[in-house]
Write a protein that binds this ligand. Sequence first.
Ligand SMILES: [Zn+2]
Ligand SMILES: [Zn+2]
Length: 254
Amino acid sequence: MSDVPGTVRPATKRVRSEQDHSKASTKAAEASRENGSDHEDANEDKHEDDDWLKEPPFSVGKSKDGWETKWRESCWCGKVAFVYNAEKPLQSKICHCEDCQRLHGAPYQHSCIFKKDMVRLDDDASSKWLGFLSAHGEVHPLSSTPTPLPRKVSCRACGSPLFDEGRNMIMAFPPAFEWIRTHKEVEQAKKEDKGHHGSEGDSGKGARKQQGFPDELKAQCHIFYERRCVDIKDGLPKWRGHKEDSELMGEDEK
Ligand SMILES: [Zn+2]
Ligand SMILES: [Zn+2]
């Protein structure tokens, strides 16, 4: 599991248990440093020539032979969107660790793991609004060009987090997915929903009314449950720390 991007942690001093969510990502960070992928915090907006845009999970201008969009993920303001060519994620988990709570401003974070080469920036999305944040040891402030891996990728215009990027995998956040099955259906729903767009401030609203949260993206377990803000009574396995590397807990257990 060392490929899986962990949560990018802020450099604040906090008490941590042995079970640190960021263990796996530290390895990824070391590996990326060995590969010389440190970047300056240049903030120029000339992205089209940049090599990183030609690689997954960005892949601008790369051949799309055989590509079939199964899912689309977009930020709140709609400037940044990614498409996914995979029926379902490799894993889907809800994490209750305090890094996720703080970085997402939410009681927990739901993430789905996909291989990077199953992900690309959508054609109508603007790469200039991408934001990168790395915070291992030293914090690399939010940048418009890639900071060292692992990193959090977000929209710089509205601040929505889109995924955490590791060497080979990304952890995407399904609340940012358009909850309908195919890109075709997304396009269709957009047309049908045009009258409501913008006025209600929820770009996915029409789609979300049509269909509930997709089974393919549903969480399979909870991790770091002992650090939760809220009890979740959904019958799923609750791990005290990492999945399969800690104890299972009861839903009410402290
Ligand atoms: Zn945005
Ligand atoms: Zn976490």
